[in-house]
Structures are given as structure tokens and as C-alpha cells.
Design a binder for this molecule. Structure first.
Ligand code: AMP
Length: 347
């Protein structure tokens, strides 16, 4: 049987790494992105430039591919649903619909009896008066927030007065957790009860942006088992196909909370490219293209650092040892707080 052609919505570094993994498996990729300079086009077989609601361009993608996936979650549900009527979208659009919206996502997780931070929907300023027990807290947009975008720390009601927030956009207030650590679990689900799961990854954030990821995570056996079992439960409940990331908080009393779910390959899993026999990207391609599932083997401990903004220039001119793996995302413009590349070191 001939191999399917894979369509990928989104053309950033995650799309690049998916295209590289697909090439290794002799799977052709078509990247679709609303940025004409999307870096992933440098690694894919084809590139379509179009807005995510451009019917004509989306039809071109449908005609050129056999199965379609996405590398970021903020693609209009209507687009995913429309594509799914002709060609399979994996993970399925309904998954994305839940996870795109912080409130729906947290409700879904709590309904599985899995702990999240305490949260409440805020529809106007005055409602915060009634939920002062959640302060200090973070006010987060219900949609379109990532890397701390759309988030405001609220220590007291007075902080709110200094903020210019349009509540009609939809916000939740989330109690601030006294963090001991942050970890993530990456899991690839192939079909019912068929998974490959990576060991927990310990993550350090700075200004709400991931700075570094390390394996093994320095956590108790109890947290290790619980985080893995929650990730499996979430993936199974969603009937997920592909790679998923669950981000967790551990507080100073050793309580575990799910922070959020990313229905896609994830930045904290970049180290799986060099530290495992099969990366999160290859596993995603294997799952959505219905290829063979191969047992995961960890090759090495590892640490990955994100290279932000102008930091990349130094790394472009450096020499690397045999245990260092530098990845340049080849983005057209250097911007502060923009992820420009990463370095994984096997330790
Ligand atoms: P998010 O975009 O919601 O994943 O938030 C990005 C980062 O902000 C997290 O990885 C944490 O470092 C921090 N953060 C977000 N929400 C909370 C919270 N409720 N308590 C403590 N830290 C948080």
C-alpha cells in the first residue's frame, strides 16, 4: 500500500520537526500556513500559503493530502470540521474544540476527577469581588493565550483598577499555585489502550515561557505514576490519535495539578529527538498515518534549552560536541521573546 501524504496546519518550528520526522518515514508533507515566511516550508515537500478560513486554499490542501493534522491549537474549529468531512483530521476536531477554550478544558479535566488549579469564569470586573479566595490569581483569556500572552497577575482588587481589560473577550481567574516544580508528560496514542508514553520531563519557565526541559525529572515515584496515569486517562477519554502533552504543576505540599493540555507535539518534548529511539514527532506521524507502533526506548538523559531572540546569533557561530544537538528554526526575523532555536545536550 502506498504511504499517505500528510497535511499539516501551521508552519512554525513544530511543523518543521514534523516534516523532518515524516521525511524519515518517507511520508510526504504539505504545510499550510497563514505566514508566507513560515519556516516549516523549508522542510516540507510542499507549502500552501493561505488564511485558515480561505475555502479555496483549504480545498487545495484537502485535494493534495490523505490525512491532516495541526501543529498549533488555535485553528478555527469550523475549518477543522470542514476538512474532516472529506479527509480525516487527527487528532479529531472535537478534541481541539475542548482544548481551545480554557474553561471547557478545565471542566473536562475536572469531570475526570483529575485535579486542576481552582478557577472561575469572569464575565465582568465586579465578579472578582465575590471570588477573592482565588487571589492572588492569574487572569487568563479563555482563548488564544500561549506563552503567558493574555495573562495578568492579580494580587488584590486594586490591581484590577490599573488594568485595561476587555472582559467581553472572556477570562478565567485562576488561583496562583505555590509552585515547587513543573513537569510535562508526552504521550502518543495510536488507538484504544495503545500508547507510547515518555517519562515525565521537568520544565523551567521564565516570564511564563519555557526556558529549559530535563529528563529525568527529579520527582517522587508517586508523582511519576500519578502524572502518567492522568495523561493516559486524558488521552483515552478524548479518544485521541497522535501526540499529546499534559502540563502539570507540583505545589510545595507535593500536590499534583494539571495546568493544561496541548493537543499536539510540544516544546518540552524536543529532547525526545535525541534522547529516545523514536521522537514525539515521529510518533505523531506514525499514529496519524496509521503506521507501525514501535516500543519506546530511552537512549540517554538530556537537557534542552530554548534559544530566545538574539541569543540565537551566538549559537549559530558555535562549535558543537558529539552530545550536543543544535536546531536553528530558520525564522526570518529575530524578535525578543521569540523562540529561534534550541539546543539539546545528552547527559
Ligand atoms: P500557561 O500559559 O497557562 O501554561 O502558563 C504559563 C506559565 O505560567 C506556567 O507554565 C507557569 O509557570 C505559570 N502559571 C500559569 N498559571 C499558573 C498558576 N495558576 N499558578 C502558578 N503559576 C502559573
Amino acid at each position: 500500500m502506498s504511504k499517505p501524504t500528510l497535511g499539516v496546519l501551521g508552519g512554525g518550528q513544530l511543523g518543521s520537526m514534523l516534516a523532518i520526522a515524516a521525511k524519515k518515514l518517507e511520508i510526504k508533507t504539505v504545510i499550510y500556513c497563514d505566514d508566507a515566511h513560515a519556516p516549516a516550508q523549508k522542510f516540507s515537500d510542499e507549502f500552501i500559503y493561505g488564511k485558515y478560513d480561505d475555502e479555496e486554499k483549504i480545498n487545495e490542501l484537502i485535494n493534495k493530502t490523505d490525512v491532516i493534522t495541526y501543529e498549533f491549537e488555535n485553528i478555527p474549529y469550523e475549518t477543522l470540521n470542514k476538512i474532516n468531512k472529506t479527509k480525516p483530521v487527527l487528532p479529531k476536531p472535537s478534541v481541539n474544540r475542548i482544548i481551545q477554550h480554557r474553561l471547557a478544558e478545565k471542566d473536562f479535566i475536572n469531570n475526570l476527577n483529575i485535579r486542576t488549579t481552582q478557577y472561575v469564569l469572569i464575565e465582568n470586573k465586579s465578579e472578582i469581588n465575590a471570588v477573592q479566595n482565588l487571589l492572588p490569581g492569574l487572569l487568563k483569556t479563555t482563548t488564544l493565550g500561549y506563552d503567558g500572552k493574555g495573562q495578568h497577575l492579580i494580587n488584590s482588587i486594586e490591581d484590577l483598577n490599573d488594568l485595561n481589560v476587555d472582559f467581553s473577550k472572556g477570562y478565567i481567574l485562576e488561583k496562583l499555585v505555590k509552585l515547587k516544580k513543573e513537569i510535562s508528560i508526552i504521550i502518543t496514542r495510536f488507538s484504544d489502550k495503545k500508547y507510547e508514553i515518555y517519562d515525565p520531563i521537568e520544565n523551567i519557565h521564565e516570564d511564563q515561557i519555557l526556558k529549559s526541559s530535563t529528563i529525568p525529572a527529579d520527582i517522587s515515584d508517586k508523582i511519576l505514576e500519578l502524572s502518567k496515569s492522568w495523561a493516559m486517562q486524558i488521552a483515552e477519554e478524548l479518544k485521541y490519535v497522535g501526540t499529546l502533552c499534559v502540563e502539570f504543576f507540583i505545589d510545595r505540599n507535593e500536590n499534583l495539578y494539571v495546568n493544561e493540555i496541548a493537543p499536539r507535539v510540544h516544546n518540552s518534548g524536543h529532547l525526545t529527538i535525541n534522547a529516545y529511539n523514536i521522537s514525539q514527532f515521529e510518533n505523531h506521524v506514525r499514529a496519524v498515518c496509521n503506521l507501525e507502533q514501535i516500543k519506546l526506548i530511552k537512549i540517554s538523559n538530556a537537557k534542552m534549552i530554548n534559544l530566545m531572540g538574539s541569543q540565537i546569533s551566538v549559537y549559530r557561530n558555535r562549535k558543537y560536541g558529539p552530545k550536543e544537538f543544535f536546531f536553528d528554526y530558520l525564522k526570518k526575523e529575530i524578535k525578543t521573546k521569540r523562540k529561534m532555536g534550541h539546543l539539546t545536550t545528552l547527559v
